[in-house]
Design a protein around this ligand. Structure first.
Ligand code: SF4
Length: 348
């Protein structure tokens, strides 16, 4: 299919048809990106939260963090353009130390990844010696470097159970930790940070707990409420509700299914339902709507991640043209973080 028709089809399927001027502007941009991709011998990886036209036209591989980490290992291209956020591009660099990894925006961060540092993890390890550490992939490289194993929202329970330890440190997402603890029947405790300079934490030793968490949150998923789910069900009685495990536990409980972005997409594809409420970043709903035009995808309310929103067609073109922004990770951190990521990839 020609670029113009492809853009026209995607924009219509998500209910946002473009004017002729917009259509020819985007067509030109997409064609330029495709030319530069060829010229640079590059591969473009697109996270499920990318805006629909970018997602459906210029990416070679699409998916969640785990799938894209796998694709990053398999590629034989010289340059990887990561249309996602910084921690994802860092993971691609760690798995491909000899390749150039580009992130199209310097400001594509993440509230969850910023909630914790390597120093915090060292502090926890000192407080709970010998306790294995699992870190969510939504963390920066210095945090991964301190972990025994990484996990994603789709394999968190499997990773924790595989460690066969009575107690596990699970960082940094408070809600993913609570949802995982409930799923595998463990009690979780959250130590308090006493000094912000990062060398004192407090915890209640008398509590019965098998998991030690951290209070990091995704600024998108923390905003969904169980009341919104109830309201939506009243309005649309046939609604199928899907929640991301970064949502609060009561929201996950109110949903019909909880899973990673890829698991949600598969669920919509396989299920017979007609109308779905996706409790995740809103671009994901648009991307699914473009794949399954016969199904109605509702995002109530629409919440766009400000970090993912930095990655536009314009920024992707500049990344390829001007070789920006090159991701660098210090070698010793790369080496240690790679071990934790590879353990997860082997396990799941
Ligand atoms: S959606 Fe949440 S977890 Fe994902 S990048 Fe944005 S802030 Fe981070």
């Amino acid at each position: 299919m020609q670029t113009k028709e492809m853009i026209e089809r995607v924009s219509k399927q998500i209910g946002k048809p473009l004017s002729d001027t917009e259509l020819s502007y985007k067509t030109q941009l997409v064609n330029e990106i495709l030319e530069w991709k060829e010229k640079r011998n590059a591969v473009i990886l697109g996270h499920n939260y990318m805006e629909p036209i970018l997602y459906h036209t210029v990416t070679d591989f699409k998916g969640d963090s785990l799938e894209l980490s796998r694709k990053a290992v398999e590629t034989d291209k010289e340059v990887i353009v990561f249309c996602g956020v910084r921690f994802m591009a860092e993971t691609a660099k760690i798995l491909n130390p000899d390749k150039t990894v580009l992130l199209p925006s310097e400001n594509a961060g993440c509230s969850l990844a910023s909630s914790i540092t390597g120093e915090h993890v060292r502090m926890l390890k000192k407080k709970f010696p010998g306790t294995p550490v699992v870190v969510y992939v939504n963390t920066y490289a210095d945090v991964k470097a301190e972990a025994d194993c990484c996990c994603t929202s789709s394999n968190a329970a499997t990773v924790v159970k595989s460690l066969k330890s009575d107690r596990v440190i699970f960082l940094p997402d408070e809600f993913l930790a609570k949802n995982t603890a409930r799923q595998i029947g463990r009690h979780i405790m959250f130590p308090k940070l006493v000094k912000s300079n990062g060398n004192e934490i407090e915890f209640d030793v008398n509590q019965d707990y098998q998991m030690i968490g951290w209070q990091g949150r995704c600024e998108v998923h923390e905003r969904f409420t169980a009341e919104e789910v109830q309201e939506a069900r009243k309005k649309f009685p046939d609604l199928v509700v899907l929640a991301h495990p970064e949502c609060p536990p009561e929201v996950v409980e109110a949903a019909d299914f909880a899973g990673s972005t890829t698991a949600m997409a598969k669920y919509v594809g396989k299920s017979d339902g007609r109308r779905y409420l996706l409790l995740t970043e809103c671009a994901m709903g648009d991307n699914i709507a473009a794949i399954y035009p016969e199904k109605e995808i509702i995002s109530l309310p629409r919440i766009r991640c400000p970090h993912m929103n930095q990655i536009t067609l314009e920024a992707t073109l500049k990344a390829l043209k001007y070789n920006q922004y090159v991701i660098e990770v210090p070698e010793d951190i790369q080496m240690r973080a790679r071990g934790a990521i590879q353990r997860m990839l082997e396990l799941c």
